[in-house]
Ligand binder design. Structure first.
Ligand code: CAA
Length: 257
């Protein structure tokens, strides 16, 4: 399958999705969203694929939603058309997705990175929610996901001043999981994704579901939810295999059952 705005390749069990609108610094227009939804759905449905990496170019992961596409829209267009609601389908991806961010991740670009399960940043990465400078606000979940990731003080600072945060500050703040030299970014992200793709598939789905539940529920309900998923994995063949493999000092051989 080929896409107008993405390059997609499989590296073993890892799907590498590269945003490819260099002329607009990977600004996220409707075509990018349609392509992303389609590529992520194909990844999710392919049993040979265990983890995806979403990346951009060395200059820009994505410089935001496409301002030129939005500029002439009215309230009726945006509200009536539920603009950006399609991104809910991006976050509905059940298998893990790692964002590998180099260069600018601004506005919708930062928001797209935060929709992924974790972010690995190149050391030249710059994150920001500069929408305030356009007299609007984040609209793809940035105020909510950033506040949950790094807290109120820094989120207010970022969204009210529109300033950029470099990779070091992003790592110190907990926005990104790791920072690596930009030249190694994609390889490091694919390496992490290969590790994840090598785990038992049902346990991997369960981890993603339970960690995400931490942002939606109380501690008590979340702990019960986690425990029930843990209990449920004892109905899987891979649990039997995983624990036998440990005892027999050999790698597990997963069936995804
Ligand atoms: N939308 C549309 N086009 C964009 C864009 C965007 N978000 N960001 C960059 N581009 C385009 C530029 O218009 C330019 O195109 P032309 O050559 O046709 O003029 C091309 O990409 C290269 O950009 P620059 O010449 O500006 O590159 P630079 O290196 O001088 O600056 C930058 C880089 C600082 C990232 C600057 O491009 C910039 O500030 N971009 C906009 C960032 C922004 O405001 N993002 C938020 C968008 S609103 C949003 O995302 C809403 C939401 O919540 C989802």
């Amino acid at each position: 399958m080929t896409y107008e705005t993405l390059l997609v390749e499989q590296r073993g069990g890892v799907t590498l999705i590269t945003l490819n609108r260099p002329q607009a610094l990977n600004a996220l227009n409707s075509q990018v969203l349609a392509d992303l939804i389609s590529a992520l759905a194909a990844f999710d449905a392919d049993p040979s694929q265990g983890c995806a990496v979403l990346t951009g170019s060395e200059k820009a992961f994505a410089a935001g939603a496409d301002i030129k596409e939005m500029a002439s829209q009215s309230f009726a267009d945006m509200y009536g058309g539920n603009f950006f609601a399609g991104y809910d389908r991006v976050t509905a991806t059940r298998k893990p997705v790692i964002a590998a961010v180099a260069g600018y991740a601004l506005g919708g670009g930062c928001e797209l990175a935060m929709m992924c399960d974790f972010i690995i940043a190149g050391d030249n990465a710059k994150f920001g929610q500069p929408e305030i400078k356009l007299a609007v606000t984040p609209g793809m979940g940035g105020s909510q996901r950033m506040a949950r990731a790094i807290g109120k003080a820094k989120t207010m600072d970022m969204c009210l001043t529109g300033r950029m945060m470099d990779a070091t500050e992003a790592e110190q703040s907990g926005l990104v999981a790791r920072v690596v030299p930009v030249a190694d970014l994609v390889e490091e992200a694919v390496k992490a994704a290969t590790t994840i793709a090598g785990m038992a598939p049902l346990a991997t789905l369960a981890v993603k579901e339970m960690v995400n539940a931490a942002f939606e529920t109380t501690l008590q309900q979340g702990v019960v939810f986690e425990r029930r998923l843990f209990h449920g994995l004892f109905g899987s063949e891979d649990q039997t295999e995983g624990m036998a493999a440990f005892v027999e000092k050999r790698p597990g051989n997963w069936t995804g059952r």
